[in-house]
Write a protein that binds this ligand. Structure first.
Ligand SMILES: *[C@@H]1O[C@H](CO)[C@@H](O)[C@H](O)[C@H]1NC(C)=O
Length: 639
């Protein structure tokens, strides 16, 4: 994975902005340690975890490790930020250093971390609540997340890691009493190391990190601050008084045969791979079959239509004229509100290319999970750069629709859709700030985003628009009549809402399985890496979207309704309704979020994703129909 270095020029350009100095795309080169070298342990924010068989996820708010209420030990001169990539920050990482002393191959037992910490009522209440909500502590050792060993899976006896380890545990003591939360204050840190073969002085690499936390009544036993961890009585924070807690840790360095290059494999476990494959192949076959059938039926019908129309012209026999040919004088009439449509089309094309390119990059191995936040960073970079295409498409479509207000178009294209998304993001951020969540994006990052947007994306979009307006409009294959035709009454399934609901479900069906895994990875903080599946899915979704929309528009034109432009955008875009509905079902069945903030955040983010999906699929639908309409009206003779 040395691809990341090839991105250096682009990243270099970005860092020229120097808005904040903390951004860079971290390289993924191994670090070699000599025996006794210090290995840094970094801490990330605490995140709610999903416990299989346990209660559903009850919060989606993450908290800073050094949030005062947690009362965790700090480094002597205060915690320092570790630089992160833009994507990493946006996706919620807040990485800081820690007071843990780990030295390569030096085993240690029961080290006192920072002396006795006092938990007053407020802090105890806060921490107990987080324990009940299954919060996980996230550490990074040499860039590798500290994990819990998974015991539920592994049919072949293989070990799997899941990221993070529990903040505490809830224990039932006696049948009548309330379950009591225990704080994990002793950490057994198990680090796998690999000796690099063929080096004269022995050198080592970190290849695995597991933390087995425990709750113990550890005590300080002498003046030097040495601790005793033998008392296994669990620690419970008293919500009506003060509790003294001593944090202790033991380190075990365990030789391992795992090489550095494969150290991530244990984290990247496919959950039930057979089901995954089965459902994907299943939906793929159904969708491809359906799409193929639709395409075939359509082609045959069209060929017959075209042959008939062209024959009619020869015989000068017009009495039997019916179907889509009748509206030839109106199909290329400009849609209502061409401005909004073309702005949507521009942004949709931009999204389309961004998504495609991101998936391809991921497939090529650019975005390995060891490269924290690279997915987010690359997405933002690509979206920014494709602003040029967005501007061009928007301008050219607007010109072809016969629009006049070209200045407004140029300005609206880079501002409208990103403005809605950024505005929503900004509003939701206030909820996170209010909750003191570490997920709140810092102001500097927000400014950096706005900076990148205005300094790179907007000029690129303007450039694209300028080129688009200089190009000639697309000529229509048939002339448009002066007077618009009357549209006859439409049958039920061609009315806007039924047709949208009918068509929208198919593209959604194509991505349903992958969507489930993506949502799991977003809300449960799991690594998503199945880009092969995603690539296939994206392809199938595009195919489904275009064929079913084209079929719907064919029926629409046959019933002499020529308002196909917005209709094609909305029918394809309707799959976003299902994506949002799916999010709601997931919300009801898999989550039981407590508190207003979590719920607002969940629904808000889902709505934003739904909106982007609407613009993306709508654009795919529109351009498929655009090609289709131009093709069929170009192949009939009109005197
Ligand atoms: C550290 O302790 C573990 C477990 O007791 C043991 O397997 C390992 O060999 C020890 N490592 C060293 C370097 O002594």
């Amino acid at each position: 994975m040395h691809f990341s270095t090839s991105l250096a020029p682009i990243v270099g350009t970005l860092s020229l902005l120097q808005i904040t100095s903390a951004f860079y795309l971290p390289g993924v080169a191994p670090t070699d340690y000599n025996s006794g070298d210090k290995v840094a342990l970094h801490v990330n924010s605490l995140t709610p975890a999903f416990v299989s068989g346990g209660r559903p996820l009850s919060s989606i708010v993450s908290f800073d490790y050094y949030h005062t209420a947690f009362n965790f030990c700090r480094p002597k001169d205060g915690p320092k930020k570790v630089s992160e990539s833009l994507g990493s920050i946006l996706f919620g990482d807040r990485i800081l250093d820690s007071p843990f002393d780990l030295y390569m191959t030096k085993n240690e037992t029961c080290k006192n971390l920072c002396g006795v910490k006092k938990y007053e009522e407020m802090k105890s209440k806060f921490v107990n609540r987080r324990i009940r909500q299954n919060y996980n502590i996230n550490w990074l050792v040499d860039g590798l997340p500290a994990a819990t060993l998974d015991d539920d899976g592994g049919d072949e006896g293989e070990e799997y890691y899941s990221q993070g380890f529990p903040l505490g545990a809830v224990a039932q003591e006696g049948s009548e009493q309330e379950p009591v939360p225990h704080l994990n204050n002793h950490y057994n840190i198990l680090i796998d190391y690999h000796e690099i073969p063929g080096r004269k002085n022995n050198q080592f690499r970190v290849v695995g990190v597991v933390v087995k936390p425990e709750s113990r009544s550890s005590r300080v036993v002498d003046e030097e601050g040495n601790a005793n961890c033998d008392d296994e009585t669990a620690v419970t924070l008293n919500e009506n008084g003060q509790t003294d807690v001593l944090f202790t840790y033991s380190v075990f360095w365990i030789p391992s045969s795992t090489v550095w290059a494969t150290r991530w494999d244990k984290y990247l476990r496919v959950v039930e791979p057979r089901i995954h494959w089965f459902s994907l192949v299943n939906s793929a076959i159904i969708v491809v079959f359906l799409t193929g059938m639709v395409a075939m039926v359509l082609l045959r019908a069209l060929r017959k239509d075209i042959a008939r129309y062209n024959q009619l012209d020869l015989n000068e026999d017009v009495q039997d004229d019916s179907g889509w040919k009748l509206v030839h004088g109106d199909v290329f009439r400009s849609p209502t509100n061409p401005m909004l449509l073309s702005v949507f089309l521009g942004s949709g094309t931009q999204l389309f290319f961004m998504t495609g390119a991101t998936i391809v990059f991921a497939l090529l191995g650019f975005l390995s999970p060891s490269n924290r936040g690279s997915l987010g960073t690359v997405m933002i970079l690509l979206y920014t750069l494709f602003g040029f295409i967005g501007g061009y498409v928007s301008a050219r479509s607007y010109k072809s629709f016969g629009g006049e207000a070209w200045k407004r178009n140029i300005i609206l294209t880079p501002l409208f859709v990103p403005g809605i998304v950024f505005g929503g993001f900004f509003l939701l951020n206030f909820f996170l700030i209010y909750e003191h969540s570490s997920g709140a994006v810092p102001l500097t990052t927000m400014l950096a985003l706005v900076g990148i947007w205005f300094v790179i994306s907007v000029p690129l979009s303007f450039g694209g628009s300028w080129l688009g307006f200089k190009s000639p409009p697309f000529p229509s294959p048939v002339r448009t009549n002066q007077i618009p035709r009357q549209i006859p009454d439409q049958v039920m399934y061609l009315k806007p809402v039924p047709s949208m609901l009918l068509v929208g479900i198919l593209p959604f069906g194509a991505i349903f399985v992958e969507l489930y895994f993506i949502m799991n990875s977003i809300w449960f903080h799991k690594v998503y890496y199945m880009f092969g599946f995603l690539f296939v899915c994206y392809g199938i979704m595009i195919m489904t979207c275009s064929t079913v929309t084209v079929l719907m528009i064919y029926f629409l034109l046959c019933s002499e309704n020529y308002h196909w432009q917005w209709r094609s955008f909305f029918t394809a875009g309707a799959s976003a309704i299902y994506v949002f509905l799916n999010a709601i079902i997931y919300w009801v069945s898999k989550l039981s979020l407590g508190g207003l903030t979590s719920n607002v955040l969940y629904l808000g983010y889902s709505a934003l994703i739904g909106f982007l999906f609407f613009v993306l699929t709508g654009t795919i639908g529109f351009f498929s129909c655009w090609l289709f309409v131009r093709k069929i009206y170009g192949s009939i003779k009109i005197e």
